[in-house]
Write a protein that binds this ligand. Structure first.
Ligand SMILES: [Zn+2]
Length: 190
């Protein structure tokens, strides 16, 4: 399959790599730009004619090309995190199963769902940027990143656990992400 499927299957820091590769410089992260860069189509369930069966979103592979389908009725924050979650399944190369119309992901392993959730959080709410902006509360994180409040709460807890001198503990790639967002961070300061 000659697509982005599995591109970051074995790499460390997949979300940082993607933010850098797609030259993302501001929050909220433009998940549509990222999907476009990797030739992932995004469609509303209504337009795709797919049946999600109570799920928020799903990925179909048609002729080897990934198409993310999301529920039309989702609010913006849930829509963005759902699409990011599906991008995670794709780039992390999660196992596929054969469906009647197209291939979708085999979701019997809860570790796969967890991995996609963590990927989505890290992509849409990158730590170096949150810390650079001085965001601390779930409400601040939710509104700046345009993510659901329950996910922002997890991010806020993690920031709390980092302590005050977190920037110096960052890995080189996290520092690169911060540098890329520096203009945005500085424009929001004061
Ligand atoms: Zn999933």
């Amino acid at each position: 399959m000659d697509t982005v499927y599995g591109k970051y299957e074995n790499s460390k820091n997949p979300t940082e790599r993607i933010l850098i590769e797609c030259n993302v410089k501001s929050l909220p992260v433009d998940i549509f730009l990222i999907a476009n860069k990797y030739e992932i189509n995004i469609m509303r369930n209504k337009d795709a004619g797919a049946i999600l069966g109570g799920k928020l979103g799903a990925t179909l592979f048609c002729n080897g090309k990934p198409i993310i389908v999301y529920d039309d009725k989702l609010d913006t924050e849930t829509k963005l995190i759902t699409i990011a979650h599906e991008v995670g399944h794709i780039v992390l190369g999660h196992p596929l199963k054969d469906g009647m119309l197209a291939r979708t992901f085999s979701l019997t392993d809860p570790r796969i769902e967890k991995a996609a959730n963590i990927f989505a959080q890290r992509l849409l709410a990158p730590f170096p940027v949150l810390l650079g902006l001085g965001l601390r509360t779930a409400e601040e994180i939710a509104s700046t990143c345009s993510i659901p409040i329950d996910i922002a709460r997890d991010r806020a807890k993690k920031i709390e656990s980092y302590g005050k001198n977190s920037y110096i503990q960052f890995s080189p790639i996290e520092k690169n992400v911060y540098e890329q967002f520096r203009g945005f961070v500085e424009s929001r300061a004061g």
